[in-house]
Ligand binder design. Structure first.
Ligand code: ARG
Length: 581
């Protein structure tokens, strides 16, 4: 039992039952200024049981035995102030050190497809995709650590009308040309070149006609066209993977489930919606008018599932996606880690899927779809981050810049290391800085992209946390001890030892909260507090020069527990912890 809060809540609930015969009551544990925690159940229960809160608290206290944990006292209008004792903390830290999971609970296994990253073929990945990629990856890592069956779904944009023009251009320049190679290095340039031909007026529009015919062939799965399309997608995958490798993101080819995957299901989705009476033809287009969505002047808002020209769009694909994930993948919960600007789209998709019965399983339980809304990355002017010329900023360029700046800092601080070692640290720190900056703010808020601040060694930054782990490793190197063997009993004596130990014991509950509420920034904030608690401990309590051997091993064990939790937590955020910095 590592989780202090759950021990206390079980005990207080049992005491409430013993005192008033009420089973399963919430003990209402809250942080307290005067104790480690306070149980406020008496205030909530008082009216119901017809006692004044202070008497109710006293009655609970009469049945509450925390002698092995710490002390309790009734205070104020009816709080139960609970202070945990040093022996109990010490026992809990021993359990933490013996637990591979470091207190992270194994939750009841749920199947959770997570839609994230989702860049578009023949388009540059921009900073918007940076966030859905980083936040999505932290969520899948966390949910997996909690024991869930996560199915990564990279919903790349690999289908639709622009592909006629892109295929036609690819065919013309030839697979081995420098122009075709741009797909993997500068996809926007490839797109622009195709677009220029499409728009070019000097051939009387003949090229554009061919591009439109090509779309028809693609839709009809004409073999030669499909072959070229495949070749093109392969090229783009190289590009995505280069970015994913640079970012240390867990997505692989096996996770690709792009828009094209759903093309064979679209007609059936439309038929099903029509048969259910949910989709109707309006002005030539097949539309769903999900309940509760109105435009200006209260007119019902349509979700267009088949355009008047017979074509399908983004919404149709997402209806097929949600039906597939619920029915075929057997989802309990479906996460869409996508920009906040698409909120209305997803609300309408979810409402339609619900109305169609796709989210209700045979046993009557509901599949829960969640749009994890991603805010924008802003420039220093507070507007969407762009280059000086106004073009969207290339993600690859931003990452290179971060690594380069980190490299300059390492060159200055560690001239003793080899160039290779420095390059390795620069990569881990540069990328870690960008990822942490993204993960440390709530996913649905905007933030300003400021590399210098992200790379700072002080404050809530990636490098600060990575530095804490590197510093701990250097303590162990100096001690000549392997962190994994520092397992002596931790004596909780000094106030900073106590604060650090209690912070370590909160890890499991924090990870559970991050998974349940999908809030990676809580983990980032927790790790920052933990690193700060370690810094205060290390300033106040000499480890290597501790006054005696027992104190030294106790402090080394506490330091080892800190390292284990920091590394584990950084890994859940998708960040490396360098050996040295
Ligand atoms: N490719 C889209 C974009 O770049 C994001 C797709 C998100 N996922 C989804 N199922 N709609 O905006």
């Amino acid at each position: 039992m590592l989780d202090a809060a759950s021990v206390l809540s079980d005990r207080v609930s049992a005491a409430i039952e013993a005192a008033f015969g009420l089973a399963g009551e919430d003990p209402v544990l809250r942080p307290s200024q005067f104790a480690d925690t306070q149980a406020n159940a008496a205030l909530a229960l008082a009216k119901r049981i017809g006692k004044n809160p202070r008497d109710a608290a006293a009655a609970i206290n009469d049945h509450l035995d925390l002698s092995d944990v710490g002390t309790v006292e009734v205070s104020g209008p009816g709080f139960l102030n609970i202070t945990v004792g040093p022996e109990w903390i010490s026992g809990q830290i021993a359990a933490l050190l013996a637990d591979d999971r470091l207190g992270v609970p194994l939750q009841e296994r749920r199947t959770i497809p997570v839609d994230y990253s989702a860049p578009n073929v023949a388009k540059e990945m921009h900073v918007g995709h940076l966030r859905t990629t980083i936040v999505g990856d932290a969520l899948v890592r966390t949910l997996e650590a909690l024991g869930h069956h996560v199915i990564r779904q990279n919903h790349i944009g690999d289908w639709g009308t622009p592909f006629g023009m892109l295929i036609e251009h690819y065919l013309e320049v030839g697979a081995d040309s420098a122009e075709a190679a741009l797909l993997a290095t500068d996809p926007n340039a490839f797109y622009q070149a195709a677009r220029a031909k499409f728009d070019g007026a000097d051939d009387g529009g003949a090229w554009a006609v061919r591009a439109r015919e090509r779309v028809v062939q693609l839709q009809a799965k004409e073999p030669a066209t499909i072959e070229i399309w495949h070749a093109m997608i392969e090229r783009s995958k190289d590009y995505f993977h280069r970015i994913y490798d640079a970012l240390d993101v867990t997505l692989t080819d096996a996770d690709l489930a792009g828009e094209s995957t759903y093309d064979p299901m679209l007609a059936d989705v439309c038929t099903e919606l029509e048969d259910l009476g949910l989709a109707v033809v309006s002005e030539g287009a097949l539309c769903v008018f999900p309940e509760g969505f109105t435009g200006r002047e209260g007119t019902p808002l349509p979700l267009i599932v088949r355009k008047s020209d017979g074509g399908y769009g983004y919404a149709t694909t997402d209806l097929a996606t949600i039906r597939h994930r619920a029915r075929t993948l057997g989802a309990d919960e479906i996460l869409y880690v996508v920009g906040a600007s698409q909120a209305l789209h997803f609300r309408m998709i979810f409402a339609t899927a619900r109305a169609a019965g796709w989210l209700t399983r045979e046993d009557g339980t509901e599949v829960v779809p969640v749009h994890v809304q991603i805010g924008s990355v802003l420039g220093e002017d507070g507007k969407i981050l762009r280059t000086r010329s106004g073009a969207p900023l290339r993600l690859s360029w931003l990452l290179e810049e971060a690594v380069e700046k980190a490299g300059a800092a390492v060159a200055e601080s560690r001239p003793d290391l080899s160039a290779d070692e420095r390059a390795d640290i620069a990569r881990q720190v540069g990328i870690g800085a960008v990822k942490y900056a993204d993960l440390s703010v709530a996913h649905d808020t905007d933030y300003i992209f400021d590399l210098d601040r992200m790379l700072a060694l002080t404050g809530s930054t990636g490098p600060y946390l990575q530095y804490a782990t590197a510093r701990i490793r250097s303590i162990f190197r100096k001690a000549g001890v392997e962190p994994a063997t520092a397992r002596e009993t931790v004596a909780v004596v000094e106030p900073t030892e106590r604060t650090l130990a209690l912070a370590l014991l909160r890890y499991g509950a924090t990870v559970a909260e991050v998974g349940d509420a999908r809030v990676p920034h809580r983990l980032a904030g927790y790790l920052f507090e933990l690193a700060q608690a370690f810094t205060s401990f290390y300033d106040a309590c000499p480890v290597l020069t501790a006054p005696d051997a027992a104190t030294r091993s106790s402090r080394l064990a506490l330091t080892a527990a800190t390292l284990a939790v920091l590394e584990h937590g950084l890994d859940l955020l998708g960040m490396r912890s360098p050996e040295q910095m």
